[in-house]
Write a protein that binds this ligand. Structure first.
Ligand SMILES: [Zn+2]
Length: 745
């Protein structure tokens, strides 16, 4: 199905290899550069006894903040320990010189955890400056200073020095690591924002020029000139730590539950401004230790030897650093139907009242295409055709649009160019060029296959479809501030062009809401009206390469609030190996959970339907210590029921305990005197509808909490947190999981 899978894969492999080689050589090469150029003057052997000592003072790197000024990356003070062998060599007394060498080697090797022999050998090098260890923390630096004091009699202060420097520190460890990136040995940005904005973040190094004697010790009173180092500018990003954390948390859970083999990504973007609020990619890495692999990956590396081992390590490092949302392309599949529909509506080729007939198959120029529903969808209106994700209907729409118009809009929606997001390594899309596109390529393109785009490209296009038609510029930098907090540069919201009219966009919002209610039901968010489209695409190129037929990407895009969308969420899970691989089943619940946390956080008040209110989790109030009547009143007000155990007059204990959440109408057990716990048996909830589960819980004397999609009537529970038949205390809370598994895209 893909145009040139072989060529594409080769190109990608080559690119991956080049990136790994580049990154690795930047890391090692940079320290070479440092020694050869920056410090060159400093280490030259000098003929005279007195010399000018010219030392660079590292400028602190600018900090990186999220949009609420929470620190994402900062620099802390660190020290580099060095020795001056040429000074040691000048000690004329052989015994004393040997004593100095062994004392230094023993002391520094112990404090700094470096090899004794290496330090010992280095004390005899023909050099004024040999680094023992770079970037040690304050505690270790203090130990070195104490060691120097303790050995005053040997005057080792002449032969050991500490250069103050800085060390990059990421207080949140892996949070947003693929976006923020990391720095190399010399604090130069090597990936992510650290690399893209390296020039802004890097300060201007200061200089100390001082007279020194040949031993390399300062003679500050003779001559000294200081040029202050200038700290780099700090960056304030559009990322929001809370939203980022939320996206990462739910993405990670979905990756584990659905046995995702090739990582996943979740992006949250403001559809009106293009500001990225969260960009989550898992498995990622800890930027404090970017060269450390996950335990699982390290085990794979350890199982190999020699060249193969190094090669795999390079590949796995590159993989964990890689920003899947920006640097990888994929076939978007049915999520792209939003774009196809937008084009046809904008061109007045279809409207929402048109109907489309699907008998399960269609043919274009001799090429057959099946619908996932082999029996066909019959007659369906446009909304149903999208909600059903019916390929034959979209092939019909594609043919109505035609190659030339399709290509024109494909470009207008931004699929033929990079988005220009402020991150390194953005990938180019691959697609059928207009002159090489026939009706067959048009057919597959119209339902989102045989071309490759990046997730961030797709999210921008979906945003344009619902925000009034404007293709916005996705971006991560909100503003740049200098050392004194003065704003140096602010990102102004810009859009590239208007792709479709406000009217078409309004229709698309209507259609996407219809899809959320009639197709992508697992993406629904109680209390909110949203729009959605799911997709499940085959990884055609890899299937052809490996022969493995079951390689999919399940994805889902949602937008909210649907009347005037501000937030778009995109989730993709690459190569699910669990029981289900459809975007509507595995990815849509992640969209739902992210939206459910993010919308109230951003100030959008929920408005529940009667049906939703019944399933809403209510926080159990505290009734302990209250008289029976007061306790009853408090629970009734909270729309909860109660059951009293014992004949006392006060509540001495309750279950569930205060603060837990149970659904409206749940039962709180009130114990009024010391008594045996009442135990009950957990019933079988699997296969029950939400209403049936409620009744079963009440009959059994337990409480339930619903998880997942309960918006759809008639949906059956597929899992429960405690196995049926288990004895639990009366009133215990059992989580019951629902999801719509009838959706197949
Ligand atoms: Zn169909």
């Amino acid at each position: 199905m893909a145009a040139k899978p072989g060529k594409m894969m080769i190109t990608r492999t080559v690119v991956v290899m080049i990136i790994v080689i580049l990154c690795l050589s930047i890391v090692s090469g940079a320290s070479l550069v440092n020694i050869m150029i920056i410090n060159g003057e400093k280490y030259q052997s000098k003929a005279s006894e007195q010399q000018l000592y010219d030392s660079l003072v590292t400028a602190p790197r600018g900090d990186i903040y999220d949009r609420n000024m929470q620190i994402l990356a900062t620099s802390t003070t660190a020290w580099t320990v060095y020795i001056t062998p040429n000074g040691i060599k000048k000690i004329s007394d052989d015994a004393k010189r040997e004593k100095v060498r062994t004392t230094i080697a023993k002391g520094l090797s112990e404090i700094l955890e470096v090899d004794y022999q290496t330090v010992y050998d280095n004390t005899n090098k023909n050099s004024y400056y040999v680094i023992v260890k770079k970037k040690i923390d304050k505690a270790s630096a203090d130990k070195v200073r104490q060691f120097i004091k303790d050995n005053k009699d040997l005057e080792i202060t002449k032969y050991i020095g500490l250069d103050q420097t800085t060390k990059r520190y990421y207080p949140n460890d892996s949070l947003a690591s693929v976006v923020i990136g990391f720095v190399g040995a010399d604090e130069q940005g090597l990936a992510g924002i650290e690399s893209y904005y390296d020039a802004e973040l890097t300060g201007i190094a200061g200089r100390v020029v001082a007279a020194k004697n040949a031993a390399g010790t300062d003679m500050p009173f003779t001559y000294e000139k200081v040029e202050e180092a200038q700290k780099g500018n700090s960056l304030v990003l559009t990322l929001d730590s809370y939203i980022q954390h939320t996206a990462e948390k739910y993405l990670q859970t979905a990756i584990e539950q659905n046995q995702i083999a090739e990582r996943g990504a979740a992006v949250v973007m403001n559809v009106k401004t293009g500001a990225i609020l969260a960009m989550a990619v898992k498995g990622d890495f800890n930027p404090n230790q970017p060269f450390v692999l996950s335990a699982e990956d390290q085990a794979k590396v350890d199982a190999l030897e020699g060249e193969e081992k190094d090669k795999l390590k390079g590949e796995l490092l590159n993989r964990q650093w890689r920003n899947k949302a920006v640097s990888d392309t994929y076939e978007p599949g049915s999520v792209f139907k939003v774009v196809t529909a937008s084009i046809a509506i904008e061109e007045n080729l279809i409207n929402k009242n048109n109907s489309f007939y699907c008998n399960g198959r269609t043919t274009v120029a001799g090429q057959g295409y099946g619908c996932w529903k082999h029996g066909g969808h019959g007659t369906q209106n446009l909304g149903m055709a999208i909600a059903n994700s019916c390929n034959p209907a979209f092939i019909t729409i594609g043919q109505l649009i035609g190659v030339s118009t399709f290509s024109k809009y494909f470009k207008a929606f931004g699929f033929a160019e990079k988005t220009g997001i402020d991150l390194p390594g953005e990938s180019r899309s691959t697609y059928h060029k207009e002159e090489k596109m026939g009706v067959v390529e048009l057919a597959s393109s119209s339902f989102g296959q045989t071309f490759n785009v990046t997730p961030v490209q797709l999210l921008s296009a979906i945003s344009a479809a619902v925000n009034g038609g404007y293709l916005v510029q996705p971006h991560l930098l909100e503003k740049t501030v200098d050392e004194n907090g003065k704003v140096v540069k602010t990102t102004t919201t810009s859009y590239k062009r208007q792709v479709i009219s406000e009217t078409t966009s309004a229709t698309m919002r209507e259609l996407m809401e219809y899809v959320s209610q009639n197709g992508a039901k697992n993406s629904l968010v109680p209390g909110y009206r949203i729009g959605a489209k799911t997709g499940t695409s085959q990884k055609v190129a890899k299937i052809q390469q490996t022969g493995d037929k079951y390689l999919y990407i399940g994805s889902c895009a949602t937008v909210a609030p649907i009347d005037n969308p501000e937030i778009a969420v995109f989730v993709m899970l690459d190569e699910p190996k669990g029981s289900n691989y459809y975007g509507g089943v595995i990815s849509a619940p992640v969209n739902s959970k992210i939206m459910a946390d993010v919308l109230p956080y951003l100030g959008y008040e929920p408005s529940y339907t009667e049906e939703e209110l019944k399933k809403l989790a209510i926080e159990v109030p505290d009734t302990t210590g209250l008289g029976i009547d007061d306790a009853k009143g408090k629970l009734t007000t909270a729309k909860l029921q109660y059951k009293i155990v014992g004949s006392g007059e006060k509540v001495i204990r309750q279950l569930p305990e205060a603060g837990n959440k149970i659904i409206s109408g749940g039962v709180v057990i009130l114990y009024t005197e010391q008594s045996e716990n009442t135990t009950v048996t957990v019933p079988e909830f699997r296969g029950l509808t939400a209403t049936e589960a409620n009744t079963a819980a009440a009959n059994a004397g337990v409480n339930i909490e619903f998880s997942g999609n309960t918006a759809t009537g008639g949906l059956k529970a597929y899992n429960q947190s405690v196995a049926p038949g288990t004895s639990v205390e009366a009133g215990s809370i059992i989580t019951v999981y629902f999801r719509d598994e009838t959706t197949v895209d």
